[in-house]
Design a protein. Structure first.
Length: 492
């Protein structure tokens, strides 16, 4: 169906509508009832440190997120630490990715395909989770959308008068931008380099000429070379992901469903290998990162959907292509109905996904809430009380809300997180912790709620539990949003 809107206005609407739609979707319930969970707490407490201390910490832990932490440090310095500052970059990034999907879709499959894909991205459940997340995955998705858009523009260049077959004056700036975008994404999450084999699959699909393959290989290799030091260095910190379980068949059910949906979208696009199509771009971008991460996980368990969130850009592009094909099929017989098909499908999808949308914006959508438990500590504490954290990583609640812990003695802590250049600090030996506890009348224990708590594994945590069990009595216990505060008093 032809859209009877001037071309200039169509282009503007195609950018504005998905951007504003996704932005509104992201701003809806952005604070999640003033909750912050453990992953975001890591961003919050690291971004609040001086830049020099962040750099020193990266030598010990979390080097893979170094660029993101430094970016958030700058934003916290300018706008202050808040849930809005923490999450708004992700909202803007997904909105930018939606624009990229819309522009690619329009170029390859028409106006309605672009509009449908751009509106669909923010509705995908996986994207909704990270749309309001203070972590780098949404930024990587935006980069994946931009790199795909650059590749499509380069594939659209055909040899002709004044346009030689190969990288000339007209193409090298875009190839340079392509390499820079891929590199920046890799510095935010180096698993995003899986976008390169996805793009290679696209080039193979469309039978790209030699004048495209050579610069793609050169500029792509430059991006990999730029990220390689980070990849090698972060491998020395691989203990951070040791908790990820080995890959199992049931973990592949979700990706399998996504690939099936993507295949249907690709079929609807009816691609052929004589042209660049939405299927040729979207299906590899969806499938290759998912399958590539699964393959890597056979060597070392790494399979988490957030590491390949950027593949949802491919799924949105395929959904848009399917919607565009539906409009074209409907237009000859039902021209008026075809004009409202895409808005109608999007509206029905919003209503159908309403439970998901509300759930993703509730504190219960995350494992825990470090701010809620800090409020309980502030209510239960007395000056001079001791505080313990089991495991030590639960100290994040004190690092994000230090005012709630004023007057409490962190008796297990030997060296603070900043001084030790770590995320959770260095704790004393078990015997020292025991001695310090026996000098206290009251102790507040901050740990996980009963539903998610695991038996202590570290020797220090076992020592804490043993002293509390042998010499103290529980006088108050509160569980809130995935965490627990228990007040102990010494029996004697």
């Amino acid at each position: 169906m032809r859209c009877h809107i001037p071309a200039a206005r169509r282009g503007l609407l195609l950018c504005l509508i998905p951007f504003l739609w996704t932005l509104a979707f992201g701003l809806w319930g952005l604070s999640r009832q003033d909750s912050v969970w453990r992953d975001e707490a890591a961003t919050w407490q690291v971004a609040g440190r001086p830049a020099g201390e962040i750099w020193r910490m990266l030598g010990n832990v979390d080097a893979v997120h170094g660029l993101y932490y430094l970016l958030m440090h700058g934003l916290f310095e300018v706008f202050g630490a808040s849930t809005t500052t923490l999450r708004l970059p992700s909202v803007l990034a997904i909105a930018a990715a939606a624009v990229c999907v819309a522009v690619i879709g329009r170029r390859l499959a028409g106006f309605w395909a672009g509009l449908g894909g751009g509106l669909a991205l923010g509705l995908l459940p996986a994207v909704q989770f990270y749309l309001q997340e203070g972590r780098p995955y949404a930024l990587v998705a935006a980069g994946a959308g931009l790199s795909a858009l650059l590749l499509v523009s380069l594939l659209g260049d055909r040899p002709g008068p004044g346009r030689p077959d190969g990288p000339g004056r007209r193409t090298w700036p875009r190839w340079t931008a392509y390499a820079v975008v891929v590199l920046v994404c890799a510095l935010l999450n180096w698993l995003s380099l899986l976008v390169l084999p996805a793009h290679a699959a696209t080039l193979w699909w469309v039978r790209a000429r030699r004048g495209v393959w050579l610069p793609w290989a050169a500029y792509g290799s430059a991006a990999v070379a730029g990220a390689l030091p980070l990849v090698l260095f972060s491998r020395g910190q691989s203990d951070q992901v040791s908790w990820i379980p080995p890959l199992t068949w049931h973990m592949m059910i979700g990706p399998g469903i996504l690939l099936a949906v993507g295949a249907l979208g690709a079929w609807a696009d009816r691609p052929d290998r004589s042209r660049v199509s939405a299927a040729a771009v979207g299906l590899p971008l969806l499938a290759v990162p998912q399958l590539g991460l699964a393959g890597l996980s056979l060597v070392q368990p790494l399979f988490l959907d957030r590491y390949v969130l950027f593949s949802m850009v491919g799924l949105a592009l395929l959904i848009g292509a399917a919607l565009g094909a539906a409009v074209r099929a409907c237009a000859p017989r039902f021209p008026r109905a075809s004009a409202v098909l895409v808005p109608g499908v999007v509206g029905v999808s919003v209503l159908a996904l309403l439970p998901v949308e509300l759930g993703k914006r509730a504190p219960a959508s995350r494992v825990d809430d470090v701010l809620a438990v800090a409020g309980e500590v502030a209510r239960l504490k007395r000056d001079g009380d001791a505080v313990l954290f089991v495991p030590a990583a639960r100290r994040d609640t004190a690092l994000v809300s230090p005012h709630a812990f004023t007057g409490l003695a962190d008796v297990a802590l030997a060296e603070s997180p900043v001084a030790s250049a770590t995320l959770k600090g260095e704790e004393a030996r078990p015997d020292r912790i025991r001695e310090a506890l026996l000098e206290r009348r009251r102790v507040l224990l901050v740990t996980d709620s009963a539903k998610v708590a695991k038996a202590p594994s570290a020797e220090r945590d076992k020592a804490k539990a043993a002293v509390l069990r042998e010499r103290f009595t529980v006088v108050e216990d509160r569980q809130v949003r995935g965490r627990r505060v228990t007040v102990y008093e010494r029996r004697d």
